[in-house]
Design a protein around this ligand. Sequence first.
Ligand code: 13P
Length: 253
Amino acid sequence: MRLPIIGANWKMHKTIREAESFAAEFPADADLYRKVEVVIFPTFTALAVVGNALRGTGIKMGAQNMHFETKGAFTGEISPNMLLDAGCSYVLLGHSERRHIFKETNEFINKKVKAALAHGLVPILCIGETLEERQNGRTEDVCKEQLLGSLTDIEARDITTMVVAYEPVWAIGTGVNATSQDAEETIAFIRRIIHEKYGQKAGESVRIQYGGSVKPTNAREYFSKENIDGALVGGASLEVDSLSEIIKSAGII
Ligand code: 13P
């Protein structure tokens, strides 16, 4: 049995004060957070206060990006040990906004995945096709290329501990979500690729989330699918009520 995981990707939203009050208001339900792993991804400036506010709640915290070096002349960047210092245990890598707006390549993301693993941060590797790629029937090719390209030279035992988020670009922030059947098919394909390349244990253990316009009204459909192990939520994670409803629906499956 894979533990479902819900990620709240706040993207470039919330001031320090807003982030802190969200964390303070969020329902304490340690039993639920043992059944559903919950990870909040605030902006860098809010990490320290959110980390403090979440201490002892069972809710975890991650960063939305990082550099692969530990320190040095990398203006504007943040390192894995700085994230650990702020209280992170997870990091999002290769989000489509990083791939498409900031032109991050698989090779660059691969260095970050290796650095995260080396520092004991759990990477959530994001992959997914654009609308044009989908319309050209390239969904599986694109997912495979992003997945394997971002995981070059990573050992099977590391794959078992990490998380993959399948986020079709056309479903992100658009209100147009993939159907649960489409998401299930692509996620089952991703799991098959991992199985073929890294063995049965990696294929069975790796957790794969769906992301893209997940809301309280559609979340449960995804979680009822065999291969979908939770969600990476953007817009609907910004409000306490909608995020906690999504978490509850993962907990009752
Ligand atoms: P939305 O839930 O706003 O579509 O964002 C999804 C996403 O990009 C999460 O990483």
